[in-house]
Design a binder for this molecule. Structure first.
Ligand code: PEP
Ligand code: MN
Length: 339
């Protein structure tokens, strides 16, 4: 249940409404949208008589949305959500390109790749400081030192940064340094982490769990929205299938138009983790643009042979630049502007 407030709803009215929600055994969460404020009622609201709330002062409307993911649903919000990061906007109809190393390795490596991706057409710099590796013996990331390097790269290039938070502890630091908080595939259903992220005032990119259904993915996004953070974007990064020998994962391109129909949230594709080989990345980037994704997240390395993480799927800066140019050409024929 959602209680939409009148623009002139007073603080006193709001307090009364919150108390009334609590009296029904539910938890009120305030959602401050651009145009209106809404109270999201968490908990079992099925037995609440909505007329009790409709009669209260300061209430514009009380609505029930027939969708398991009420806030993520287009039934709640028809218009696309636009998420502003630096000078770019996700979900605005223009295709945003994010690029950078899978992992922040050294200051020199990150700065050099950051300059290269900027020169070759990226609007956002990616790079992991906390790496969720399959093996405990693999490089785990530079942690805060890596975040400081990303900050230096942002200061020098002006590119906003996206980086992953692995757990509640790293989230505090990631929040301090990053522009977009990335939640990785392995954490898509880490509900405690999602709840923590829901309390923050920074954009979040939620990767699809590698074996998650679309409903599970949107419900995970709903956790972040329901707690009050409305700046959520989704990222398709490939799902598990029976043949991972050549492509690592299967990028579920068919999910993109489905998700764009179901939700107003921006949708990103990660063609690098999604396909596992750099030869696949350009074709899958074009495909992502063509199926209506709002953005791509691409691994780029200037010495992929020596990369500490996922070198086989990293494009060189030159290959990245050529791919961006082709995205622009394709965008022209599809009438989609690439930033
Ligand atoms: C990443 O983008 O660095 C990453 C680890 O991705 P995923 O969570 O999709 O595996
Ligand atoms: Mn990686």
């Amino acid at each position: 249940m959602l209680i939409v407030l009148k623009p002139n709803c007073s603080a006193e009215n709001l307090e009364n409404l919150k108390k009334l929600v609590e009296l029904q055994g539910c938890e009120p969460v305030i959602l401050k949208g651009t145009f209106s404020t809404t109270i999201n009622v968490l908990g079992d609201d099925t037995k609440i008589d909505i007329n009790i709330f409709k009669q209260q002062k300061g209430v514009e409307d009380v609505i029930r949305i027939a969708s398991p993911f009420r806030l993520a649903s287009r039934k709640y919000k028809k218009e696309d959500t636009i998420i502003k990061v630096g000078n770019v906007e996700f979900g605005q109809g223009r295709f945003v390109i994010m690029g950078g190393p899978c992992a922040v390795e050294t200051q020199e490596q990150t700065l050099s790749i950051a300059r290269a991706v900027k020169k070759n057409g990226a609007q956002v710099l990616r790079g992991g400081a906390y790496k969720p590796r399959s093996s405990p013996y693999s490089f785990q990331g530079l942690a805060e030192e890596g975040l400081k390097i990303l900050k230096a790269a942002r200061e020098e290039t002006g590119l906003p940064v996206i980086t992953e938070a692995l757990d509640q502890k790293s989230l505090d630091l990631v929040y301090k340094y990053t522009d977009i908080i990335q939640i990785g595939t392995r954490n898509m259903q880490n509900f405690a982490l999602l709840k923590d992220v829901s309390k923050l005032d920074k954009p979040v990119m939620l990767k699809r769990g590698m074996s998650s259904t679309i409903d599970e993915w949107l419900l995970a996004a709903e956790y972040i929205l329901a707690g009050g953070n409305l700046q959520v974007m989704l990222c398709e990064r490939g799902i598990r299938s029976f043949d991972a020998k050549y492509t690592r994962n299967v990028i579920d391109l068919g999910a993109i138009p489905v998700v764009k129909d179901l939700t107003h949230l921006p949708v990103v594709v990660d063609p690098s983790h999604g396909s596992g080989r750099k030869e696949n990345v350009a074709p899958m980037s074009y495909a992502s643009l063509a199926v209506g994704a709002d953005s791509i997240l691409v691994d780029v390395h200037d010495n992929a042979g020596a990369a500490l993480c996922d070198g086989q799927q990293a494009m060189t800066p030159e290959e990245f630049g050529q791919m961006v140019q082709k995205c622009k050409q394709l965008g022209t024929s599809l009438n989609i502007k690439v930033w």
